[in-house]
Design a protein around this ligand. Structure first.
Ligand SMILES: C[S@@+](CC[C@H](N)C(=O)[O-])C[C@H]1O[C@@H](n2cnc3c(N)ncnc32)[C@H](O)[C@@H]1O
Length: 284
């Protein structure tokens, strides 16, 4: 299978070495920023069964599997296993399997898990409606089981300058282009559900146990800058696969080059930040 997303699939990123490096770095940023893999409100029993949905490179699963109580198993899923390790190198308590989380959940997986984890699906929910996904995640859980879901909250997005006497006009232009109604970035506009998701869990048969938000700590800002620049480059590459000769990609590439130059001129003293939001939900 190709390491890049196809036209049929809306996922706007890739699955090559560059993409895996970016996901693994982003994972480190999440762990450093929040301080945990699993929120303290997630109660993990002995012999727990844990699912990681849309596992990407599998790095969260591989690390969490070492921290689980004795007898526990981690079953990780993704639409594509292009970024996960080969079977021979799986730890004994981890498996990776193909699954489309938007399709009907097979009978044998319904009510199977004590804990379900999902992270960074903002760009995967193409319809702008998170409820079909949420209902499927809840189906995977046992009654009393826990869902942990983490995203960046785009409604909190802001430009930060290390020196308050400086400004970042190029970054402002790029943000306006991404947040505005420009054609090729349309999927970004479907993220309006993130700030309100905490009000929707009861509709899907869950009770909100934690709703936590953190900004990027100062000491990890340079990692956030790197992740952002890598993500935009990957996005541009993906646009070109889907639409060779894309004018939107060329415009975006120029804007990003200007922003990088501006950032470096200010000794890396500018970036766009948004809060990481964590929801913990207990199935009724
Ligand atoms: C932004 S990545 C996040 C990966 C991982 N959760 C992390 O935080 O490192 C989104 C992941 O969702 C996967 N994905 C996209 N569509 C999916 C679907 N319909 N079912 C399951 N996974 C999907 C992608 O292949 C990708 O690995």
């Amino acid at each position: 299978m190709s390491t890049s997303s196809t036209d049929k699939e809306g996922y706007p990123f890739n699955r090559d070495a560059f993409a895996s490096t970016r996901l693994n770095l982003q994972h480190q940023l999440f762990i450093c920023s929040t301080g945990y893999h699993l929120h303290s409100k997630v109660a993990v029993p002995q012999n727990a069964l844990v699912a990681d949905i849309g596992c990407g490179t599998g790095i969260w699963s591989l690390e969490v599997a070492k921290q689980l109580p004795v007898g526990s198993k981690l079953e990780a899923y993704d639409l594509s296993l292009a970024q996960t390790p080969p079977t021979q190198w799986w730890p004994s308590n981890v498996t990776f399997s193909q699954m489309d989380i938007f399709a009907d959940i097979p009978q044998h997986l319904q009510g199977r898990y004590d804990v379900v984890n999902i992270r960074l699906f903002m760009c995967v929910v193409q319809s702008g409606d998170p409820m079909p996904l949420l209902r499927n995640l809840m189906k995977l859980l046992k009654p009393g089981g826990y869902l942990q879901w983490q995203e960046y909250d785009p409604s909190t997005d802001k430009v930060v300058c290390a020196d308050p006497n400086t400004s970042a006009p190029k970054l402002d232009i790029l943000r306006a282009a991404i947040r505005g109604p420009a054609g090729n970035q349309a999927h970004i506009l479907k993220d309006h559900w993130v700030p309100n998701l905490h009000t929707r869990f009861s509709e899907a048969g869950g009770a909100l146990m934690a709703h936590e938000k953190v900004w990027t700590p100062n000491e990890y800002v340079t990692i956030k800058q790197d992740v952002t620049f890598l993500a935009v480059r990957e996005w541009i590459a993906n646009m070109r696969v889907k639409e060779p000769g894309s004018e939107g990609a060329t415009k975006l590439e120029k804007m990003v080059a200007d922003v990088e130059e501006e950032c470096w001129k200010l000794q890396r003293g500018t970036f766009a930040d948004s809060e990481i939001v964590t929801w913990v939900v207990r199935k009724n």
